[in-house]
Design a protein around this ligand. Structure first.
Ligand code: KG4
Ligand code: ZN
Length: 420
């Protein structure tokens, strides 16, 4: 059977992006128009400026992705588009383009959730590697592929400028949210601290701050690790940000002072270290919660007793009262050793996926990699250009949904009957 070939369109925030991807994992063509320069003056994404920029770019971005794929709209199996969450003025631009294509070329339309696209693109890296091995050699098939593929269920940490979510991905369209942020997302906190330190914000405040922190001492300033008294999987960065602001006011000498550069680097490194400690604490607990949830699901699905207790090294092992198992078994199941007979461990947690712009941070990867290894999980991080917003992730999520029949039939051409 011929692979599906899907065009994905993304316009939820400040990138207009499109890509053509085949269901065997080949990325046939990609295009993206960023808006960083437009929003730099506002100090954040300005919705109507963003919508105008999307409107100006959408036709050429889609045309470019199709041209690079050597495809015409009529060659496609479907068009997928991000329908939310995001800025509605911006989403509209992509949705309108997708509807027009669906109508003109008779293509099925796949509605894609932005966060699902971020999560599922990790599965593309594995498919792309397989296509490469088979000699498919898609244009964008290279990347940090997951050796064994990414299979459900997996734990997924999404960390970007707008989102900070921890979810148990149980299947396409089936996510258990374990935690989210009470205030800022980590990328936003990176951007704000970068601004407080007077750094350049391009290409991203986070990347510039990471580079500065490389020369700093992460132990120099003791900043508060967030939410120590909240044994759950939620995140918060507002208090840490305030801590950094006070530290800067107290410690950072004025421009021109010989120690300024080093002190700024030490503050950056101290902030980063505590922020990543916070991520690690929440993810460690989330691994326990996820295992509890899976064990509860297993025992609900069969009458045999479950051995998989959550291993919450973060302290409390009571888990999330609303969605974790109540198992009082003290058997200390670790490392995905769910012994559900005959299920070949298919219900066990094996992978931690980290996605979103902050996933390109080396310290984040390193420390979450160590944590994953301790917990018997494989860490999977998509290549950086698939971590930040892009069209490939939308096209891929579209393919995953199409395979399950989760799409709308082609929109009919408008039937305008003449009035009398
Ligand atoms: O996923 P993304 O492109 O956009 C959103 O959907 O929000 O993520 C952008 C965010 C920005 O806040 C940026 O500062 C952060 O990701 N970021 C980083 C790094 N590269 C980008 N944060 C920390 N370290 C990095 N290397
Ligand atoms: Zn995003």
């Amino acid at each position: 059977d011929r692979p599906l070939v899907v065009l994905g369109i993304e316009s939820s925030c400040d990138d207009t992006a499109a890509a053509v991807v085949a269901s065997d994992g080949r990325v046939l063509g990609e295009a993206i128009a960023g808006q960083a320069a437009i929003h730099a003056a506002f100090g954040g994404v300005h919705p109507s400026a963003a919508a105008a920029a999307h409107a100006a770019a959408i036709e050429s971005v889609v045309a470019e992705a199709l041209a690079r794929a050597g495809a015409a709209a009529g060659d496609l199996s479907a068009v997928a588009v991000t329908v939310g969450p995001g800025l509605s003025l911006c989403l509209d631009v992509g949705v309108r383009k997708a509807r027009a294509l669906s109508r003109e070329a008779g293509l099925p339309l796949v509605a894609v959730h932005h966060m699902e696209a971020h999560a599922l693109v990790a599965r593309l890296a594995a498919a792309a590697a397989a296509a490469d091995a088979a000699g498919g050699g898609g244009a964008g098939a290279a990347g940090a592929a997951a050796p064994g593929g990414v299979a459900f269920p997996f734990l997924c940490l999404l960390v970007s400028g707008g989102h900070n979510l921890l979810v148990l991905a149980r299947g396409v369209g089936d996510y258990l949210q374990l935690g989210s942020t009470l205030d800022d997302a980590l990328g936003e906190a990176y951007d704000k601290v970068a601004r407080m330190l007077g750094l350049k914000l391009e290409p991203h405040g986070g990347a510039v701050l990471e580079a500065l922190a490389r020369g700093g001492d992460p132990g120099r300033y003791a900043l508060p690790v967030p939410m120590q008294r909240h044994p759950n999987c939620d995140f918060s960065f507002a208090g840490l940000k305030t801590g950094v602001r006070l530290c800067i006011e107290r410690e950072l000498p004025p421009e021109g002072h010989p120690d300024r550069e080093q002190i700024a680097a030490d503050i950056a490194a101290s902030f980063q270290s505590v922020a990543v400690t916070h991520l690690c604490q929440r993810v460690r607990r989330g691994i326990g919660w996820a295992r509890d949830a899976l064990a509860a699901q297993d025992s609900a699905g069969s009458d045999s007793s479950s051995s998989g207790g959550g291993s919450d090294a973060g302290g409390s092992s009571s888990g999330n009262s609303s969605n974790s198992s109540n198992s009082s078994s003290s058997s200390n199941g670790r490392g995905g050793d769910c012994s559900g007979s005959g299920r070949d461990g298919s219900g066990a947690l094996r992978q931690l996926v980290v996605a979103g712009g902050v996933a390109s941070n080396a310290v984040v990867r390193q420390r979450l990699g160590e944590l994953a290894a301790e917990a018997g999980l494989e860490l999977v991080v998509p290549p950086p250009r698939w971590c930040t917003d892009n069209g490939v992730m939308v096209a891929w999520a579209g393919i995953e949904r199409m395979r399950l029949g989760l799409f709308e039939p082609a929109l009919p051409p408008l039937q305008l009957e003449p009035g009398q």
